[in-house]
Design a protein around this ligand. Structure first.
Ligand SMILES: [Mn+2]
Length: 319
């Protein structure tokens, strides 16, 4: 059976504490459990203090078949940042703008941009699957959305890994259906607001679409669905979203996601959907779910460690 672990973002101290709490111990540099395996939900890097150490732990577990993983949007972006388009332009799949560099700066500093380790990690990220559809459960970084999954499939190999250079180009080209599908699966589903409705986001940008709580299943309004800063919520109409824009989830199997920077006490979003991202890099929790094969997810199977930044000197002690 599996222990699923949410977004780590360079918090190696909390990762080791959580693995220990789940009953794993490190032997010959690999964290193992006598009977269980981990499934990571992606977003290993950016933001946190020990990104190289996190990658050492995660890679060792995956390479020794003690863990499975999917790709997060941060690993996708890391590959796109480091990959030059195969023309003489010298451009990268992810433009080297100041904003993009800022988001990725901690990783580039810790790994040393263009070092051998950087190249090795980028190669490893390239080989991560976008989702896992296993007997009894599904795993994806942000949203299980069938239409997007269908669009992406032709760009992937039979293990859901991005097929080749051409696929990377399509997946990073704004406006391409494959790009939109990738955004949905790794960053969440956006829906268009009703005709004529718009709001300004925190950067003052006019928005006519809103990111959704796609796991909601009951008849709901645009406002119920919206994931947006508190101050813009009143500007989103409290009118029912029509059937055809409602994302929904078929609920055939439980699905685990990360990505949403939740806070509070971890619990399932619905009986079939659990988010395990509880904002560890912002001082929250590193969160796991102990899955024992159940079809209905339960609050008691969540397991987490709170961030304790008061003890940086003891980092590494648990390994
Ligand atoms: Mn994410």
């Amino acid at each position: 059976m599996y222990d699923l672990i949410g977004d780590i973002h360079g918090c190696a101290y909390e990762l080791k504490a959580l693995l220990a709490k789940l009953g794993y111990s490190a032997r010959d540099g690999v964290w193992r459990h006598p009977t269980r395996q981990v499934i990571f939900l992606g977003d290993f890097i950016d933001r946190g203090p020990e990104q190289v150490e996190v990658m050492k732990i995660v890679r060792a577990m995956v390479d020794a078949e003690q863990a499975l993983t999917v790709m997060g949007n941060h690993e996708f972006n890391a590959v796109a940042w480091a990959t030059q388009i195969a023309t003489s332009s010298g451009d990268y799949l992810r433009p080297h703008t100041d904003d993009n560099r800022k988001q990725h700066a901690e990783f580039l500093a810790q790994v040393c941009e263009d070092s051998e380790l950087h190249e090795e990690l980028i190669d490893w990220f390239r080989g991560l699957p976008l989702w896992l559809d296993l007997p009894g459960l599904r795993v994806v970084h942000a949203c299980w959305h069938l239409p997007s999954i269908e669009i992406l499939t032709e760009h992937l190999d039979d293990r859901q890994r991005i097929r080749d250079e051409g696929a990377w180009v399509s997946l990073t080209r704004p406006g391409d259906p494959a790009y939109e599908a990738l955004e949905t699966v790794l960053k969440g589903l956006e829906i268009p607001l009703p005709e004529g409705v718009e709001f300004k986001d925190k950067d003052g940008k006019i928005r006519r679409r809103v990111r959704t709580r796609w796991w909601k299943t009951h008849p709901i309004t645009y406002r119920d669905l919206a994931i947006a800063p508190l101050e813009v919520i009143p500007r989103i109409p409290h009118e029912p979203a029509p059937e055809h824009v409602l994302p929904g989830y078929d609920g055939n199997k439980p699905v685990f996601v990360g990505h949403y920077w939740l806070s509070g006490t971890p619990r399932p979003l619905s009986s079939r959907v659990a988010c395990l991202d509880y904002s560890v890099a912002a001082g929250g929790k590193l969160c796991a779910y102990r899955w024992d094969g159940e079809h209905d997810l339960v609050g008691e199977h969540f397991c987490w460690v709170d961030v304790d930044r008061s003890q940086p000197e003891t980092q590494g002690a648990a390994s």
